[in-house]
Every structure is written in C-alpha cells, then in structure tokens.
Design a protein around this ligand. Structure first.
Ligand code: NAD
Ligand code: ZN
Length: 252
C-alpha cells in the first residue's frame, strides 16, 4: 500500500544495513528544475525524446540532435543539486557499502558530491567522436551555438553526446556492477523513476529476489510499485532528507 510517510521498518533496516543500493531516475532532478521526459519541454515539445535519442536520428540530422543535447546540457548546468541529491551523498557516508545507480545523465549527483556511482546511461557533460572515439574538446563544440555542426578535429566525424541511446548497449561492465550491488543489497531504494526503461527497471526486482527490502520513493506509484515492499509517495527532495536524518539518528 502506498503511504505518504516512510515506515519505521525502512529506517531500522537502513540503520542496520551494511549493503545498500539506490536507483535514481529523472524524478530526483525534477525539483532542481530539470524536466523529466514527461514534463512539457518548451521549444522541444514537438519532438518525442525517442525520436532524437537514437543513432539513426543522429546520423540523419546530427545538427538537430547536437542542438537538443546542447540545450539539455545548458539547462542542467544552470541548475543545482537539490536536497534529494544531497541526502544520498549523506547516506553514502553512513552505509559501509553503498552504490548509487543512476539513469540520469545530468551530472547533478556528481555535483552534489556522490562518489560511488554507476552511471547507467552516461553523462551529457561529455561528448566524443562517433567515428574515432576521441573525447571532444570545448573548442570542437563551439559551432553548435551558432547553428553549425560539431565535428572531430582529428577525423571530421560528427560529435555525439556520451549517453546511451535507445537501442544501444550500456557501457561495458556497468550493468554487472549495478546488478551485483542490487543482489547484495539489504535495502534497495528506487527513487523518481517510472521503472519502464530496461534493464534499469529490472534492478529493484533483482534486489527483491536477492532478499533486499525494496522501497520506492515517487510522487506516484510506478510500474513496479506492486512488487516492492514499500511505496513512499512524496517528492524525493522532501522524503530523502527526512529519511536520511532518521537513519543518521538511529545509527548514532
Ligand atoms: P521518467 O521521466 O520516465 O520518470 C520520472 C519519474 O519520476 C516518474 O515516475 C515521476 O512520477 C517521478 N517523479 C517526478 N517528480 C518527482 C519528484 N519530485 N520526486 C520523486 N519522483 C518524482 O524517468 P526515468 O525513469 O529516469 O526514465 C527515463 C529516461 O530518461 C532515463 O533513461 C533517463 O536517462 C532519461 N532522462 C534523464 C534526465 C536527467 O538526467 N535528469 C531527464 C529526463 C530523462
Ligand atoms: Zn574523430
């Protein structure tokens, strides 16, 4: 049953746990002002993310896709981590074995100070050449701002964001790392994710199979809500600081 507050059981388990993993999605950055893919996206509302976030779209129109990512990068850079991001940094400091697994590409967890992280979908702050793989420099990116196309200075290839697109494989080893953490976790938190994009969406279920107590924190029940131990309905930026404070007090 979804609740508006977290349970004592969740606090107790987090306070005793040696192994904890958390999965975050776009919802944790919503309170920083970064739209999720479901929020209205202004200028870009006419496109579905699925139509731009794939290699075919990029090859068809690199300029358009580069412009979209430049827009998203600029939005992310203008925003700051919120209390939800910060609470996860604190939780990392309280739990001996903690892994933060994120589907987000906005770099806000890193900017908040999270250290042990599995970035499942890459990061929009980085770009590389689609042909030779060279990491792009700021200099190579400059044409985008004036409506041009960014190309590699070494080989002329188009520059793409270092993110995982629909239909692409996850970076090597990262899913295995996340999967192992989920399986060893005594408590698994699924935060601000609609849990529909696989394989990430499988992680809470993997954790559950491995014996973890799984709690979801979301403003509405997600696709996996029926399979988890506890659904806490609320904003990540409000629920997480209160939860982590309760855990800190219990651990002390
Ligand atoms: P999603 O957009 O499918 O789902 C967002 C979820 O967050 C929803 O379930 C929603 O109810 C919940 N939510 C919204 N505001 C919340 C809040 N304040 N507190 C708690 N929950 C809240 O996002 P997803 O599950 O991450 O999957 C979509 C894909 O989109 C991912 O692959 C991700 O890489 C990408 N994406 C990333 C960003 C980002 O980096 N910030 C933004 C948009 C999309
Ligand atoms: Zn190149």
């Amino acid at each position: 049953m979804p609740h508006r507050a977290f349970s004592h059981e969740l606090v107790d388990r987090l306070a005793r746990a040696q192994h904890v993993a958390a999965l975050t999605g776009a919802g944790i950055s919503a309170e920083s002002g970064i739209p999720t893919f479901r929020d209205p996206g202004g200028l870009w509302e006419q496109f579905k993310p699925e139509e731009l976030a794939n290699v075919q779209a990029f090859l068809r129109n690199p300029k358009l896709v580069q412009a979209w990512y430049t827009h998203r990068r600029n939005v992310a850079l203008e925003k700051a981590p919120n209390p939800g991001h910060k609470a996860l940094v604190e939780l990392e400091g309280l739990v001996p074995d903690f892994l933060l697994i994120t589907q987000n590409v906005d770099h806000l967890h890193q900017r908040a100070g999270s250290k042990r992280m599995a970035e499942l979908h890459g990061n929009i702050t980085r770009s590389y050449c689609i042909d030779c793989g060279k990491t792009a420099t700021e200099q190579e990116m400059t044409p985008i701002a004036s409506g041009g196309v960014a190309q590699c200075s070494a080989c002329g290839g188009y520059i793409r964001p270092d993110v995982v697109w629909f239909g692409e494989m996850l970076p090597e080893g990262v899913m295995e790392w996340a999967g192992e953490a989920a399986q060893r976790a005594e408590v698994f938190l699924s935060i601000g994710t609609s849990a529909v994009v696989y394989p990430a969406a499988g992680l809470p279920l993997l954790a559950k199979e491995g014996g973890a107590y799984v709690a979801e924190i979301n403003i509405e029940a997600s696709a996996i809500a029926g399979y988890v131990d506890e659904v806490v309905l609320g904003k990540a930026g409000e629920v997480l600081p209160a939860l982590v404070q309760a855990v800190r007090e219990k651990r002390a």
